[in-house]
Structure formats: structure tokens, C-alpha cells
Design a protein around this ligand. Structure first.
Ligand SMILES: Nc1ncnc2c1ncn2[C@@H]1O[C@H](COP(=O)(O)OP(=O)(O)OP(=O)(O)O)[C@@H](O)[C@H]1O
Ligand SMILES: [Mg+2]
Length: 406
């Protein structure tokens, strides 16, 4: 077998031990990389087998082929760390071939419920680490950002498998696993970004959006935003995991997407049905889009939305996460994926593709009015109760002005 064959394991919903689901073979062709995924017969014969992705990887004996995303099925690439984790891992073990080297590392911080090995007999061994105080982990993360020495044991304990670009670690607190998001040396000086994330997520909750739970801890005088993991559950028999699929994977699951290459909320909404989501999920997505426009969260890219396995191969939108206003001021913000006909954060654009969310113009207007008035009436109180003072509130208030008409 060539070294470009990966055995793909999955933690089924009620088990803390992984089983082999299949094999991914990557070959290089004249047209680029080609990935072929085949489910194992023993997996297909399991009563509780679930498709890793019901759209691109339905349970069947056929070979599933992939040419986009370097030949990787989206859900497998979603198991790979992103810019932050790669920076940490490169410090720890040196640069590896992307993405296969990073995927094989099996860091427990990764998204979702997959694990990988080079043979069906090698049960994936997760990178283990000692326990450290959050203060030490925060200082190790800062050392990574500054290019300074950090103890390898601390680097492992950061759990660099978690995606995203900001410095972070995973931590057990109470009976849950949290992502602890640290301040970054690149942060704007006008406001504490971790506290801004917590306050904005609290406001999103108040606006009727299903959000990941957050809280602020002050460590060594600095704000750290804790975000409760929605794909992990600590139980007496070990950690249970839930499969996770980013919007990027959903986009690439649709034929011809590669040539378009521009994600959009409307496209995500249209795909939801294929994942077994009821119509309410489209409405939830519309509300999230309106909220992101209203709070100027223009970093709403394809890895900042995702689906989580719900049951029997049906999926739901994951709780919303990483909602943070962009503090550089623009009259009209350009979002990272299309809002409607364009990426502009305006009322007219929000209304331009309401049918993709199965909303009439009147219903869409009513969601916009509802979200806008909830924000106007509540954001200042929410920010005060999240611990911000007058100066920070003044510095950020332009982000909460009414959405431009367009
Ligand atoms: N509550 C959560 N539970 C499980 N996984 C999560 C949660 N929040 C985020 N993630 C996963 O971790 C990744 C990184 O998280 P997040 O987007 O908050 O980090 P970030 O560094 O701010 O990202 P970005 O690069 O977009 O700025 C996400 O893309 C998602 O895969
Ligand atoms: Mg993110």
C-alpha cells in the first residue's frame, strides 16, 4: 500500500472507541490529486453505521471519488488543523506534508469524530499530554505567536488539532470540554477581542440564535473566552464525539462548486435539506446571516459555519460560533461569503435572496426588523453586563448602528 492511503476511523455516537469506517487512497493524476474513498465491508455491515457525509459519502460499496480539496473528502479535511494548529505542530514536530501529516497526528482537539491511521490494525493513538494551568498554556501560546521557545509538553497540551487562526487551547472545566480563546498579539488595541466575542455571542443568544455557550475568565489580568465544545461530551465511560462538517465541505459536496468557488448563505441553505434538516434550520441560518450583518461580523467565512450530526445520518446546523464584529470601520461591509446577490452587508442585499431560505419578502423583513430592534435595545446593556466599560462601548458603537439600506 502506498503511503497515501489513510484508514479512516470514526467514533460512533455512543462509543468512546473508534472503529474503522473505510480507506482513502490519494493518487496523483495528470489533472491533479484524486482521492478514492471506500467503506469497509465490516463497517457497512454494522447496524449502527452512519455515513460520514450523507451527500458525498453515502453508505455503499461503491468507490467515492474526489478531485477538489486535494482529493480529500470535506469531512476528512475538516479534521485537519488550520493556521493556528499548524503553527504549533510545526514547532512541536517540524513541518509535514499538508494535510496528510497533520491529519495523522490525531490530536484530540480536532473537530468532529474521525481518527486516522496507516493500517487497519493500528488503532489511532491520540497525542497525549500532561495537565497544565491555563496561565501556563496562555503564555505558551503567546510564545508561539512571538516565535519564542515554548516547552514541548505545553505545546502538546494546547491541543493544536482545533481549527482557526487565533491562539487557543482545549481545556476541561466542570463537566465539559471548552475551547479557550486567548488574546492575540495581533489584536486591535481598541477593545478586548475575547470579551468582544463573549458579549456578541451573548447578544446573538438574546436575538434567538442557537449559539455555543461562552464565558469569560480573567487569567493573569487577560481576558480568555471559553467556548463550550458542541462536538464533545464527557461521560463516565469516556469522551463521546459527534461528527462535524464545515460549510466548506457542504459547498464542495455540490457538483460544479469548484468552478464557482464562492460560498454563500443561500447555497448553504439550499443544501440543508440534503442533510435531513427541517425548514426551521433555513430560517435559523437566515437569522444568523442577518445578525452577522447587523453586528458587522464580516469574517463569516466557510469554516465559521457548519453542521453537526444529529441522529441516524441526519444533520443540523451546529450551534453558531466565532461571531465577532470587525472593528475596522466601513460604511458597507463586504462579507466573506455572499449574503444575497453580492457580499454587501445591506438591507437590500439581505432581501435579495430570501427565497433560498423559504421566506417571503414580508417574513424576511420581519426577521431583519426583529433582529435589528433586539440589537438596538439590548447591545449596550449586554456589553456592560459582559464587563465592558464606557470607553470600549464608545469604541465599538459604530458596529451596532442600523444596517445600511443599500
Ligand atoms: N463550540 C465549538 N465546538 C466545537 N468545535 C468548535 C466550536 N467552536 C469552534 N469550533 C471549531 O474550531 C474551529 C476554530 O474555532 P474559531 O472559529 O472559534 O477560531 P478562530 O481562530 O477565531 O477562527 P478564525 O480563523 O475564523 O478567526 C472552528 O472552525 C470549528 O471547526
Ligand atoms: Mg473561525
Amino acid at each position: 500500500m502506498s503511503s497515501d492511503s489513510l484508514f479512516v476511523w470514526v467514533y460512533l455516537p455512543s462509543s468512546s472507541k473508534p472503529v474503522v469506517s473505510g480507506r482513502l487512497d490519494i493518487s496523483i493524476t495528470a489533472a491533479g490529486k484524486l482521492g478514492k474513498f471506500t467503506y469497509g465491508k465490516s463497517y457497512l455491515s454494522k447496524k449502527d453505521a452512519i455515513p460520514l457525509d450523507p451527500v458525498t459519502l453515502p453508505l455503499s460499496e461503491s468507490i467515492h471519488e474526489f478531485t477538489a480539496l486535494k482529493g480529500f473528502p470535506g469531512i476528512i479535511l475538516d479534521s485537519c488543523p488550520d493556521r493556528w494548529g499548524i503553527k504549533v505542530i510545526d514547532r512541536l514536530v517540524g513541518q509535514m506534508e499538508y494535510p496528510v501529516g497533520y491529519i495523522l497526528l490525531n490530536d484530540p482537539g480536532r473537530a468532529g469524530a474521525l481518527a486516522f491511521s496507516l493500517s487497519a490494525k493500528d488503532i489511532p493513538k491520540e497525542m497525549d499530554s500532561r495537565e497544565f494551568k491555563l496561565n501556563d498554556l496562555m503564555h505558551a501560546a503567546e510564545a508561539v505567536e512571538k516565535g519564542l521557545y515554548a516547552d514541548p509538553e505545553l505545546l502538546k497540551a494546547l491541543h493544536p488539532g482545533t481549527g482557526g487562526a487565533r491562539p487557543k487551547c482545549n481545556i476541561v472545566d466542570g463537566n465539559s470540554i471548552w475551547i479557550a480563546k486567548f488574546p492575540s498579539i495581533d489584536d486591535s488595541s481598541i477593545i478586548s477581542v475575547p470579551r468582544l466575542e463573549h458579549a456578541t455571542m451573548t447578544l446573538a443568544d438574546l436575538c434567538g440564535i442557537r449559539v455555543a455557550k461562552t464565558k469569560i475568565e480573567v487569567i493573569d489580568g487577560r481576558d480568555v473566552c471559553f467556548v463550550k465544545r458542541f462536538d464533545r461530551e464527557l461521560t463516565s465511560s469516556g469522551i463521546l464525539r459527534t461528527n462535524y462538517l464545515s460549510a466548506r465541505s457542504v459547498f464542495f459536496g455540490s457538483d460544479g462548486y469548484e468552478s464557482v468557488g464562492t460560498g454563500s448563505y443561500g447555497r448553504l441553505a439550499r443544501q440543508l435539506q440534503k442533510y435531513g434538516c427541517p425548514i426551521e434550520e433555513k430560517h435559523e441560518l437566515y437569522r444568523r446571516m442577518v445578525f452577522n450583518v447587523a453586528v458587522r461580523n464580516s469574517d463569516d467565512h466557510e469554516l465559521n459555519h457548519g453542521l453537526i450530526h444529529y441522529k441516524h445520518g441526519d444533520w443540523r446546523l451546529s450551534p453558531a460560533f466565532d461571531i465577532v464584529p470587525t472593528t475596522v470601520f466601513h460604511h458597507v461591509y463586504q462579507h466573506a461569503i455572499l449574503i444575497g446577490d453580492s457580499a454587501a452587508g445591506t438591507i437590500s442585499n439581505l432581501l435579495s435572496n430570501a427565497e433560498a431560505f423559504e421566506l417571503s419578502q414580508a417574513q424576511a423583513k420581519s426577521v431583519i426588523n426583529d433582529v435589528q430592534s433586539l440589537i438596538t435595545d439590548n447591545w449596550i446593556d449586554t456589553f456592560y453586563s459582559s464587563g465592558f466599560g464606557d470607553e470600549s462601548i464608545r469604541n465599538i458603537e459604530r458596529c451596532f448602528s442600523p444596517i445600511p439600506l443599500g
